[in-house]
Ligand binder design. Structure first.
Ligand SMILES: [Zn+2]
Length: 677
């Protein structure tokens, strides 16, 4: 007999790219629009794929990373002897790829969830049913820049801003399925249109869930009314950047006074949250509205509202009618993406989100060698040495503040590639028979894992991104900088690559994350992660004055998308981009000095090292978003659009002028040159 593994055929790994001088668009002027100079040829050769909201140099890496994960899962699925986490990823793969099973069973899989919601007989049941939905569906613990996307409110752990050694309970504004407040509140035609389409989408989902047309329309209106009330009571995303504004201590007694019509104790007990002396409430005014809504609405409205959230959150794990309807609104209407990714890529996405560290081991084995790890670690160390030097020599900081900044810089933990200890997913029940049940079990596991942190010391070794993620992050509270293996790939990083290319690309990323500890948000936390004002008043004043230059430079109308960028929302990221690129340039200068080489002499490829540095930086940002996605980013996301992430920082750097011979008055020479770090 043939073994089952004859069914496993690995997908060949796609090629990774890197910057080549041939990609320069010589018809463009580097000093007029450097982004176009470095990116227009690549972008022209890579139109936005019909299944993506954007085109960018991330795409080849994304496909490469996904292929590795796909092969690991398909191989495990074909191996009848697989055990442990291999069995889990194999069965997960089979459940996700079984389209006919999903199509045939959607209603049956949804039924127990909808029955539980239907069991809400009076408002006293709200706590019980909400706890059930929070345990079964994502992701009540996951606060983003705008809110927590879970019904009614968000609840999870956060490090105590005042005592970073421990984790406390955090209660966030939430209950809204649209990505940001503007989608509910902006009176512009575009948003009105998206709201009309949203109500239509909610109606459609109720119908797919089994309700008749007339009833569904009324239900959709109720959902929109409740979510809009929550949006009106919510804090905007610029205010949310100020940690002091979202740090409001409340005891259980105070929660009960603020929202007497919700049974908090019952909710906390059912969800498995430990008893705590206080809760951090992000938006106290939100609780007032929550009470008004609960008090004024009949139990039926809450049944409707939670029914919507169950169908909404289940949609991606059901049959193609649910999945497609969800895609048509959230990806097509909101981000402009016409087509879905092929099934295998959607399944990889889900697996990475739910079982990321189980897949991460397979990823690292193939894509991240010990040599890569060592070289990347070296670059991070190099860049951080430059940051320490900048702090020491900053002419705008007093001695006292410098000392504290150096202690903070010195105690930052740098994490490269993947966790030292892999997460144990053994409590997650994975079956080849139900994709939705797999998600429910993984979500319950994650919610319990998150809530178990409350009351315990902080674990600095934990990762907030999976190994295959093409991104990086700084966490001011744990005082860590984290670089997953997924971004330590070409064109961002090449263990065999030259200094100018590596420092311009991944060096800029490393610099960016290092600066975050000292940006408008990060600077408010000390070396131990406590929210504490360790700056002298004079130094803080000088910081704000310097940062205002960047806020002004990035506050702008973006006419092609009909939106305005708020430089206060993006200040932290923009400051990190500017400072990060500066640190990377310092590291390159030092490396060349030590090797006795000139940064301004032409090298074998016809470019100077300085030019290759800036071109590699720009190349790593070659991106074009669909207009809907661009608008969504400007409104809801603290990162500037890619062309600004290239052109604004280089226009502030004298080294760029030197590299490309730019003159005063040209667009890539900004007056005044902004610089914080
Ligand atoms: Zn950042």
């Amino acid at each position: 007999m043939f073994g089952q593994d004859r069914n496993y055929t690995p997908m060949p790994l796609p090629a990774l790219e890197k910057f080549e001088p041939a990609l320069i668009d010589a018809s463009k002027d580097a000093c007029t629009d450097f982004f176009q100079y470095a990116c227009s040829k690549w972008i022209a050769a890579h139109p936005v794929p019909s299944d993506m909201p954007a085109t960018s140099v991330v795409l080849p890496v994304y496909l490469y990373n996904q292929t590795i994960l796909r092969n690991a899962m398909a191989k495990a699925a074909a191996d009848p002897k697989a055990t442990g986490s291999e069995r889990q990823i194999g069965d997960f793969w089979r459940s996700c790829m079984d389209q006919s099973g999903r199509d045939a069973n959607s209603k049956a899989w949804l039924k127990p969830h909808l029955d539980t919601v239907a069991g809400l007989k009076s408002k006293q049941d709200l706590s019980r049913v909400l706890a059930y939905v929070h345990l079964s569906f994502p992701a009540a613990w996951n606060a983003d820049d705008n809110s927590t996307q879970a019904p009614l409110f968000g609840f999870g752990p956060t490090q105590d801003f005042e005592d970073a050694s421990r984790v406390v309970a955090f209660l966030d504004q939430g209950g809204m399925a649209l990505p940001a407040l503007n989608y509910y509140l902006d009176s512009g035609d575009r948003f009105k249109d998206l709201r009309a389409k949203y109500i239509e989408h909610v109606r459609k989902m109720f119908q797919l869930g089994g309700d008749d047309a007339a009833h569904s329309a009324a239900e959709a209106t109720t959902v929109m009314e409740i979510e809009t009330a929550f949006a009106k009571a919510s804090m905007d995303n610029v205010s949310r950047r100020d940690p002091r504004k979202i740090y409001n201590k409340r005891t259980l007694a105070q929660l009960k006074t603020a929202v007497p019509d919700f049974d908090w104790e019952d909710y906390f007990r059912r969800i498995g949250a430990p008893t705590v002396p206080f809760y951090i409430v992000a938006t106290p005014g939100f609780l007032t509205t929550m009470e008004e809504q609960i008090k004024s609405r009949p139990a039926d409205d809450w049944k409707t509202y939670l029914r919507w959230w169950v169908i909404h959150r289940a949609a991606r794990y059901l049959g193609s009618d649910f999945e497609r309807a969800n895609f048509e609104y959230f990806s097509t209407a909101l981000s402009g993406t016409p087509e879905m990714l092929p099934p295998w890529r959607r399944c990889v996405q889900s697996a990475d989100a739910l079982l990321g560290e189980a897949l991460g081991q397979a990823y690292v084995n193939i894509a991240f060698s010990a040599n890569s790890k060592q070289r990347a670690n070296q670059i991070v160390t190099q860049i951080r040495q430059e940051l320490a030097g900048e702090i020491r020599t900053a002419d705008w900081m007093g001695e006292e503040t410098k000392k504290a900044a150096l202690v903070k810089q010195d105690s930052t933990l740098q994490k490269i590639g993947y966790p030292d200890k892999w997460r144990d997913y053994s409590p997650v029940k994975i079956t080849a028979a139900s994709f939705l049940a797999n998600m429910n079990s993984a979500n319950e596991f994650e919610m319990h894992r998150q809530l178990a942190k409350i009351g315990k010391p902080v674990d600095r070794a934990e990762w907030g991104m999976t190994p295959a993620t093409i991104d990086a992050y700084e966490d001011s509270q744990t005082n860590t900088i984290n670089f997953p293996a997924g971004i330590l790939q070409r064109p961002f990083f090449d263990p065999a690559g030259d200094d100018a290319a590596n420092l311009g690309s991944i060096g800029g990323v490393v610099g960016h994350e290092s600066i975050h500890g000292f940006d408008d948000q990060g600077r408010k936390f000390d070396a131990n992660g406590n929210l504490r004002d360790w700056w002298t008043a004079e130094d803080a004043r000088r910081y704000d004055e310097k940062d205002k230059c960047i806020v002004d430079q990035y506050s702008q109308e973006i006419p092609e998308y009909g939106v305005k960028q708020d430089g206060r929302l993006t200040a932290g990221e923009d400051t990190a981009d500017n400072g990060g690129l500066h640190l990377a340039m310092l590291a390159l200068e030092r490396a060349y000095r030590e090797q006795g080489k000139s940064l301004d002499a032409k090298e074998a490829d016809g470019l100077t090292a300085r030019q290759r540095f800036f071109l590699s930086y720009a190349f790593s940002w070659c991106t074009v978003l669909r207009p809907e996605a661009a608008r969504r980013q400007v409104i809801s996301n603290p990162h500037s659009l890619a062309n600004f992430r290239v052109n604004r920082p280089v226009s502030n750097m004298p080294e760029f002028r030197q590299a490309f011979g730019c003159k005063q008055g040209q667009p890539m020479v900004h007056q005044p040159a902004c610089r914080v770090w």
